[in-house]
Design a binder for this molecule. Structure first.
Ligand code: FO1
Length: 318
C-alpha cells in the first residue's frame, strides 16, 4: 500500500457529484486532514423540517450508508412516514425516507434549541462516525431560487418536483449579501495545502458557495493552491443538469465554459482526456491545465483521481 500523503485538504463541494471524489479522498488520505465546505443553497424546509440535502449526501457517503445507486438517502430506506404525511394532505414530491427523517428532526430540533447549522452538521457527522470535518458554507439560509419559464422556483422544486423541465432564465441566492461564511470556512481555505473544487454543478452547487461574501476572495488569495475538477466532460454533465442549465443561460456547456467561470480563483484546472483539445484555450485564461481521467464509475476510479490530484504540483505563482 502506498503511504497516505500528509497534506491538509479543503474541498469545496455540492452533493452527489462531489461525493464520488470525496469518497476517494477519504480513503487515500488521512481523513482527519480533510475539511469539506458544503453548499447549503439546496436546503429547504418541508413539513416544518430543515432539510440540508448536500450536507447529508456528503455525510452519508463518507459514513458508508448512502444509497449508492441514487447517490442520496440511506441504503435500504423505507418510506412509511412519507406515505402517512401524504394521507394528511402534505406534499410527497420530495422523497424523505424514514431513517433520513431522523436526521432532519435532529437538525431541526438542534436549531430550535439554539444551536447553529454548523453545530448540527458536526453532531450528525460525529454520530455517524465520519472523521473529516463537514462545514456548511454559511450558518444562515441562502436558498437558491431558479427564475424560470414557470416563475421563481426553489431549487428543489425545479430539480425534483419539476424534473428540470422549466426553462432556466436566471439563478439567485436569496439573502446571500447578508450571509457570512460558517465558522472555520475561511480558515480551512487559508490553512489548506490544497483546495479542491469538486466536480459539482458550477452554477447551483459551487456557485452559491462562491457567492457567500468572503469565500471567493479567500480562494483568489490562495489561487496557486486551488485545483478545480471540471464537472463537464465531452460537453455533458458528469451528474445532474449542469449542461442544460449552462446552455439555457447562454453559456458554453463545455470544459472551457466552466473554466471561464473559475478562472479568477483557480490555479490548476483539471480536465478529462476527452477535452484535451481545449487545453490551450483554458491555459490562455491564466490557469495551468492538468489532464486526468475524471469519470468515476468505480471506487477504484474515485481513489485514482484522488491520488492523482494529491500528487499534482501546485501551480506556479500566477
Ligand atoms: N433527489 C431527487 O431527485 N428526488 C428526491 O425525491 C430526493 C429526495 C432527497 C431527500 C433527501 C436528500 O438528502 C436528498 C434528496 N434528493 C432527492 C437529492 C437532492 O435533491 C439533490 O440531489 C441535491 O440537492 C443536489 O445536490
Amino acid at each position: 500500500m502506498p503511504s497516505k500523503p500528509k497534506l491538509k485538504i479543503a474541498a469545496v463541494a455540492g452533493g452527489v457529484g462531489a461525493s464520488k471524489l470525496l469518497l476517494g479522498l477519504y480513503e487515500v488520505m488521512d481523513p482527519g486532514l480533510l475539511t469539506i465546505i458544503v453548499n447549503t443553497g439546496d436546503d429547504i424546509v418541508l413539513h416544518g423540517l430543515k432539510i440540508s440535502p448536500d450536507l447529508d449526501i456528503v455525510t452519508y457517503t463518507l459514513a458508508g450508508i448512502v444509497d449508492a445507486a441514487k447517490g442520496w438517502g440511506f441504503r435500504g430506506e423505507t418510506f412509511h412516514a412519507l406515505k402517512h404525511l401524504a394521507a394528511y394532505g402534505r406534499p410527497n414530491w420530495f422523497n424523505l425516507g424514514d431513517r433520513d427523517l431522523a436526521t432532519h428532526i435532529h437538525r431541526t430540533a438542534s436549531l430550535a434549541e439554539g444551536k447553529t447549522l454548523s453545530e448540527a452538521a458536526d453532531s450528525i457527522r460525529l454520530a455517524l462516525g465520519v472523521k473529516s470535518r463537514i462545514l456548511p458554507m454559511s450558518d444562515s439560509p441562502v436558498p437558491t431560487i431558479i427564475d424560470s419559464s414557470e416563475g421563481p422556483l426553489h431549487f428543489q422544486e425545479y430539480l425534483v418536483k419539476r424534473r428540470t423541465e422549466a426553462v432556466v432564465k436566471g439563478i439567485r441566492f436569496a439573502s446571500v449579501e447578508s450571509a457570512r461564511p460558517a465558522p472555520g470556512v475561511l480558515e480551512a481555505i487559508r490553512d489548506a495545502d490544497r483546495i479542491l473544487i469538486c466536480p459539482s454543478n458550477p452554477l447551483i452547487s459551487i456557485g452559491p458557495i462562491l457567492a457567500v461574501p468572503g469565500i471567493r476572495e479567500e480562494l483568489r488569495a490562495n489561487k496557486e493552491k486551488v485545483f478545480a475538477v471540471c464537472p463537464i466532460v465531452g460537453g455533458k454533465s458528469l451528474k445532474g443538469p449542469s449542461d442544460k442549465m449552462l446552455a439555457q443561460l447562454g453559456r458554453d456547456s463545455s470544459a472551457l465554459g466552466v473554466a471561464k467561470l473559475y478562472a479568477d480563483f483557480t490555479g490548476t484546472f483539471v480536465i478529462d482526456p476527452a477535452d484535451k483539445s481545449q487545453s490551450a484555450a483554458i491555459s490562455a485564461l491564466g490557469m495551468q491545465v492538468a489532464v486526468l481521467p475524471t469519470v468515476m464509475k468505480t471506487l477504484a476510479h474515485k481513489r485514482k483521481l484522488a491520488r492523482d490530484l494529491l500528487s499534482l504540483p501546485p501551480a506556479l505563482p500566477l
